[in-house]
Structure formats: C-alpha cells, structure tokens
Design a protein around this ligand. Structure first.
Ligand SMILES: C[S@@+](CC[C@H](N)C(=O)[O-])C[C@H]1O[C@@H](n2cnc3c(N)ncnc32)[C@H](O)[C@@H]1O
Length: 214
C-alpha cells in the first residue's frame, strides 16, 4: 500500500473506533511539545488494542518495561479490572514528573506502580507472577528482558513485544553499528524458534508480537 493510502486507512480506522480520552489527548499533545522522541508513545490505535487485550484477558498482574510518558500504562489500566496491579518500569528519572502529572489526574493511578530504574535490576525485585507483560524499552536488550521475565509469566500468560518490525528495518542487512535493528532481528529469530510459546506478529504500527506462554 502507498504511504497516502496507509495514512488514509489509519485515519479511517481512527474515525471508526472509540475516541481517545481527553486525558490521553492532552498527554499526547504535551509529549509532542515538551519531550524528545514523542513518536515513542503507543498512540491511540495501539493504546486501544492494549486496553482491549486487558478487557478480554482480565489480567491481574501486568508488567510494562519502558513507561516513557505512561500513555500505554494508562491504556492498560483503563482496560484492566479494579483489582489489577500494573507495574511499569522506566529508567529515565527525568520523566517522573511528566508521568506523575498525568497519573495524578486519574483514579487509574491506584492500580499503577511506577518503578524508576533499570528494568534488569528492578524486575527481579517485583515479587509477582504476571498475566501480561508489555516489552517496550531498549531494542538492543529485548532478548535479555524476555529471558528475565519468562519464568515470571504464568502459563497461559501473554507477552506483547512492541516495535518488532522496526519500521521495516528487519528486512535489511544492518550495519554492525546498528545495534537496535540487530537486537530486534535476533529477538524475532529467537521467538520464532521458541516452542514454549505460540506467537503471531501483528503488522500494526511498528509491529506488535503476541507471545502466548503454553
Ligand atoms: C518506546 S518508549 C516506551 C513507550 C510506552 N511503553 C508507550 O507505549 O507509550 C521506551 C522507554 O523505555 C525506557 N527504557 C529504556 N531502557 C530501559 C531499561 N533498561 N529499563 C527501563 N526503561 C528503559 C526509555 O527511557 C523509554 O522511555
């Protein structure tokens, strides 16, 4: 599909699904004005999908690796039941004020536990078995995140990995210095061979892999 047609399809989808909440619209605008790399936030379509996965699965314990603005965190929390616990980990402490500004505006914050620090250090300290994990941090380290969380996901639990098509770069032979593309390619190859899980890649936005633990 051409770029114009892709954009038209996305516009069409957005005009035929539930509207983004006022809070998420405000957060989105604020991120575009005040933060670096605002494209990193999930956005309405992907956020709505994450919300829908929570509605369908009703996970009690959720982990997000890579909070950024908490856009996706709020979507997960919106879809989750009242007694759900959402743990989200962000290494960049400069984002904490931005995140808290939005969490404080909604009762959803009661379900959300923000951990500031490196996911590799924080996750082993969270004493939970997760029903749903959203991997969305440093593309160089997806394999490490996956290996770290695998035993902390229940059988029948879902792992969702974002950016697994990496703007189409997965099709290319990357330069040795392009560690992000290499990281995603190695992750995708590893998941493809992992027979402990069922998997599918959805070509939504930048690629979303759903990995279901048998
Ligand atoms: C793509 S953004 C997350 C977007 C967010 N999940 C969403 O969907 O709106 C990636 C975030 O991961 C964070 N990050 C990178 N490495 C990390 C690590 N080792 N531990 C925790 N967070 C990390 C980055 O600082 C960045 O804010």
């Amino acid at each position: 599909m051409s770029l114009d047609r892709n954009e038209s399809i996305e516009e069409y989808i957005l005009s035929h699904i539930d509207e983004e909440s006022d809070l998420l619209k405000q957060l989105n605008r604020d991120a575009h004005v005040n933060l670096l790399k605002p494209r990193m936030l999930s956005g309405h379509l992907q956020g709505k999908m994450l919300q829908m996965f929570c509605r369908m699965m009703q996970p009690k314990y959720i982990l997000e690796i890579g909070t950024y603005t908490a856009y996706a965190t709020l979507c997960l929390a919106e879809g989750a039941t009242d007694d759900a616990e959402i743990h989200t980990v962000e290494v960049n402490d400069e984002l904490e004020d931005f995140i808290m500004k939005y969490l404080h505006q909604t009762k959803l914050k009661d379900k959300i536990h923000l951990h500031i620090g490196d996911a590799m250090e924080i996750i082993p300290q969270i004493d939970r078995i997760f029903d749903l994990v959203f991997i969305d941090a440093n593309k160089r380290h997806y394999i490490e995140y996956y290996n770290l969380i695998f035993d902390k996901v229940r059988s029948g639990g879902l792992i969702i990995a974002d950016n697994t098509l990496w703007d189409g770069h997965v099709l290319e032979k990357p330069k040795p210095s392009d560690k992000q593309t290499i990281g995603i390619q190695l992750f995708n190859d590893m998941i493809a061979k992992d027979d402990r899980v069922e998997k599918v890649i959805l070509p939504v936005r930048d690629g979303l892999t759903l990995i279901w633990k048998k």
